[in-house]
Design a protein around this ligand. Structure first.
Ligand SMILES: Cc1cc2nc3c(=O)[nH]c(=O)nc-3n(C[C@H](O)[C@H](O)[C@H](O)COP(=O)(O)OP(=O)(O)OC[C@H]3O[C@@H](n4cnc5c(N)ncnc54)[C@H](O)[C@@H]3O)c2cc1C
Length: 291
């Protein structure tokens, strides 16, 4: 197991904000997984599995966390075929973009709706990431997870899909996703590529994908769009201390380069208060807040 003391969250998140955790433990084999609880106890912090850090907003002070990173032998490839179904296995630490490129190169259709999501397979799975009507959880055949109960393969029928969250059967806590197996179909490469390109252009035209951000700040309340609510509340483009709600998409909180976690939290709190006062709507954070 590789150990780094006092890892910086600012260096490990796409919004480039956050203080230092106690340590970062990189799991390299199954024995490492077994000794994780003991190592976390010794180091005196709460474990937090970190993927690409594209959905994380961390406070600027020292955080009582032990970051868990995965670096098990990576697996990416077709696992099985049945009728017109093709099952693709991908390890948690593999960037989604890499998996999508594999699908495009091999004529595997299903994941192209998720194009442009900057996370890793484990993060997309844990967050049930979605866009353009595609949802990670719905595309899963099964997920290999590690929890207090050891290794478990959880099949689709036992995966409970919630908004930006998956639950794995009756496993307690937050199991670590090790591998995801997706149910895909064969399709013409040109057709998948065209669909992926169109989705990407659509995403690029609507979202500030090149800015430093953590994706959507707030969840969409049922039947409503958080971006629209923020827009109507006057937060589109609103800046404070080097942070701003994007003028392209009001639900993206962006770091203009010199932002701070304090400014980010102030803006989020003000937006929540305003949405509640003006429209009676309680906005819930979609970004995972570490404080
Ligand atoms: C520009 C931009 C665009 C985005 N567009 C979208 C979009 O269209 N749709 C969408 O849903 N999201 C979007 N996001 C948000 C983000 O990319 C997704 O939530 C993504 O799934 C997070 O993956 P990650 O690897 O970065 O996870 P992290 O941000 O590192 O972690 C997110 C959560 O997942 C957990 N996690 C990570 N890996 C594992 C694992 N192996 N096992 C268990 N838990 C784990 C973490 O503990 C944490 O709770 C966007 C973000 C950005 C910056």
């Amino acid at each position: 197991m590789r150990v780094i003391m006092e890892p910086s969250l600012a260096d490990r998140t796409t919004i480039r904000l956050g203080g230092k955790a106690i340590a970062e433990l990189t799991v390299e084999n199954y024995d490492d997984l077994k000794i994780l609880p003991e190592r976390c106890r010794e180091l005196g912090g709460k474990p937090f599995v970190l993927g690409r850090g594209s959905n994380i907003l961390a406070a600027g002070h020292d955080l009582p966390l032990i970051l868990i990173r995965l670096n098990l032998k990576p697996k990416l490839g077709v696992y099985a075929r049945s009728g017109d179904k093709i099952y693709l296995r991908a390890s948690a630490q593999i960037p989604f973009a890499h998996v999508l490129r594999y699908c495009l190169a091999n004529g595997l259709s299903g994941l192209e709706g998720l194009v442009g999501i900057p996370g890793q397979i484990g993060g997309l799975t844990a967050m049930n990431a979605g866009s353009f009507g595609a949802e990670t959880g719905a595309l899963l055949h099964s997920v290999l997870v590690w929890s207090d109960r050891g290794l478990n393969l959880i099949y689709q029928k036992d995966i409970i899909r919630e908004y930006r969250r998956l639950k794995f059967g009756d496993l307690p806590g937050s199991p670590i996703v090790l591998e995801s197996i997706f149910t895909l179909t064969a399709s013409l490469k040109s057709v998948i590529l065209k669909r992926a390109n169109l989705n990407f252009l659509e995403k690029k035209s609507r979202q500030p994908i090149v800015s430093l951000s953590a994706g959507c700040a707030f969840k969409n309340p049922p039947g409503l769009a958080a971006g629209k609510i923020l827009d109507m509340a006057g937060f589109r483009g609103k800046e404070r201390g080097g942070m701003a709600f994007s003028s392209q998409h009001a639900n993206f909180l962006v770091n203009l380069g010199n932002g701070s976690p304090e400014a980010a939290f102030d803006l989020l709190a003000e937006a929540r208060e305003t949405a509640l006062r003006k429209f009676g709507i309680r906005l819930e954070p979609e970004v995972r807040i570490l404080s």
